[in-house]
Each structure stands twice: as C-alpha cells, then as structure tokens.
Design a protein around this ligand. Structure first.
Ligand code: C2E
Ligand code: MG
Ligand code: MG
Ligand code: MG
Length: 287
C-alpha cells in the first residue's frame, strides 16, 4: 500500500516540479530580455539623520517595469536573477544608474548626499566587481566616500576570506561598507573584525519589536552601543512609527530608514522630497 501511495504521489509531484522548473526558465529568459529592453528601474528610499533631521543618504532598490504587470519588486525575481547569474549584469546597471542619478542630485544642491547600493553574494564574489565599482564612480563623477555598498552576512560567509579581500580593496578605494539586515542571520561578531565595516544596518525584525518586546528593545540598544564603541555608523531599517523613532533617538542611533519617512520611490518623487528638505534647510525662522 505504501509503495502504491508513494508511486501515486510521485506521479502527482513530478509534473509540478517540471512546471516550477519551466517557470524559472521562462522567468530567466524574460529577465534577460528585460535587461536588453531597458525595463529595469531604480527606486530610492531616503535615509534620515537623527542629528539634523535631513535626508543624508538614499538606498537604491531595483524594480522591474514589467509590461502589462506594473512595477515588480525584487522579491519576485531576485532569486532567479541570482541563480542564473543575471544579477551580475543587472547589478552592474543598477550601480551605474544609481551613481549617475545621485551625482545629478548632488549637482542640484544635495552636495553631501550619499548612495547605498545592495550587493548579492555572486556580485561580491565576481572577479570584476572592484573594477566595475571604479568604472561606475569614474563615469558618474561620484566620489567614492559617497558610495556605500550593502552586503548581508549571508553574502560574506560564502567564502569569507575572499569576501574580506574584496571588501578591503573596495575600502581602499574609499567606498564604505554596510552590513545589511544585521542580526537576522547567524551573526558572527568576528566579521566586524575581519571585514572593514563602516555601518551596521539593524534588521527590521528588531525595529518592529521596539517598545513592545523587551528583548528586541535591548538587542537594538546593545547593537547601537556596539557600533558606537567600534566607531561605526548605525542605521535602523524598517522604521514605521513615531514611537520607534523616539526609542532609537534616545538609544543614540545615527540614521533611520523606513515607511515612517518614505517608501522607496521613483527618482521624480524623490526629487520632490529632496527639494522639500532643501527649502527647509534654507528657512531662516526656526534656526
Ligand atoms: P534590503 O536591502 O534590506 O532593503 C530594504 C527593504 O525593506 C526594501 O524592500 C524596502 O522596500 C523595505 N522597507 C523599507 N522600509 C520599510 C518599512 O518601514 N517597512 C517594511 N515593511 N519594509 C520596508 P525591497 O525594495 O522589496 O527589496 C528587498 C531586498 O531586495 C533588499 O532588502 C535587498 O536585499 C534586495 N535588493 C533590492 N535591490 C537590489 C539590487 O539592486 N541588487 C541586489 N543585489 N539586491 C537588491
Ligand atoms: Mg539594503
Ligand atoms: Mg536591509
Ligand atoms: Mg532587509
């Protein structure tokens, strides 16, 4: 009976597997075509300084303007892009486009605006990465100190030695390194010593628990204290409420990012927001 059931299951299971595989291959082909047709776009999410209340940085987040389907987020295509290696050319385009755009905004008056760009594991381990970063900086005129590359611990642990070498080379260019989603993986604190890390981005799951969950609140406090004592900048990601912000401020957090300030938005929308920040800075009355 077991055998029969096993057989029966096998028959039901296999076509589904085949469909999933076919689906992946189709998506991969579409991604390749999308890259050629220029269907990718970069959206930007502002990152705000607690000290000044101003937008000091934007994070570039890739989007796919998929014909007939609207704007598609990375959750729907990033894993296939990574498995197929397509993340390398897609990521190269994102990096160049984002450097160009932020340099434009700097010329428009946001002189010290910094840019954060995400790198996946295969990008980090790609032999041409350092040269491509240099090229993106050279073409755009963006200064290296205005670029932050965000990597997850996951990406770094795959081959920690090679990752450390690559990050050292980037760091030598003057580019900054952020550890993204900090605390969400199997965090090994030793990475803070072996990698040239400038910024810790505290994972959204901890920020969510602030004020409601005693453990999450003390973990956030401890991470902020750790970052301070190591002379690193610390960013809270996924900040959604006033209450979270108040806690983060009192804990000494440097930067915050999240829906409370803005969702990731198209360059046009971001321009309006940066325009606002500029006007406020020039306002004489309050200062
Ligand atoms: P991430 O780097 O941790 O980026 C933050 C993600 O959290 C973004 O999702 C953003 O929309 C979302 N988020 C920001 N604030 C809030 C908030 O207050 N509440 C909630 N619920 N969510 C918030 P998104 O744009 O879907 O990106 C997901 C992930 O995809 C990113 O996570 C990053 O790991 C990856 N990714 C995005 N763009 C790129 C890219 O150009 N290259 C690579 N390699 N990965 C990318
Ligand atoms: Mg990120
Ligand atoms: Mg993150
Ligand atoms: Mg995240």
């Amino acid at each position: 009976v077991a055998k029969e059931r096993g057989k029966g299951r096998y028959e039901v299971f296999e076509p589904r597997m085949r469909n999933a595989r076919a689906e992946k291959l189709r998506l991969e082909a579409e991604l390749r075509a999308a890259l050629e047709r220029g269907e990718f776009a970069v959206h930007y999410q502002p990152i705000v300084s607690f000290a000044t209340g101003e937008v000091v940085e934007v994070e570039a987040l890739v989007r796919w303007e998929r014909p007939g389907r609207g704007t598609v987020g990375p959750a729907e295509f990033l894993s296939v892009a990574e498995e197929s290696g397509l993340i390398v050319p897609i990521g190269r385009w994102v990096l160049r486009e984002a450097c160009r755009q932020v340099r434009e905004w700097q010329k428009g008056g946001s002189r010290e605006l910094a840019l954060a760009v995400n790198l996946s594991a295969s990008q980090l381990h790609h032999p041409r990465l350092v040269r491509e970063v240099e090229e993106a900086l050279g073409l755009s005129g963006l200064e290296a100190r205005h670029l932050k590359l965000e990597i997850t611990e996951q990406a770094a642990v795959e081959d920690a030695r090679e990752a450390a070498r690559r990050l050292e080379e980037l760091s030598a260019l003057g580019v900054r390194i952020a550890l993204d989603d900090f605390g969400s993986g199997y965090s090994a604190l030793s990475y803070l010593r072996t990698f040239p890390v400038d910024t810790l981005k505290i994972d959204r799951s901890f920020i969510e628990g602030i004020g409601r969950d005693l453990q999450a609140t003390s973990i956030v406090g401890a991470v902020i204290a750790l970052a301070k004592s190591l002379n690193m900048c610390v960013t809270a990601e996924g900040t959604e409420t006033e209450e979270q912000l108040a806690h983060l401020r009192s804990l000494g957090c440097d930067l915050a990012q999240g829906y409370y300030f803005s969702r990731p938005a198209s360059p046009e929308e971001v321009e309006r927001k940066l325009g606002l920040a500029r006007r406020r800075r020039d306002e004489p009355a309050k200062r």
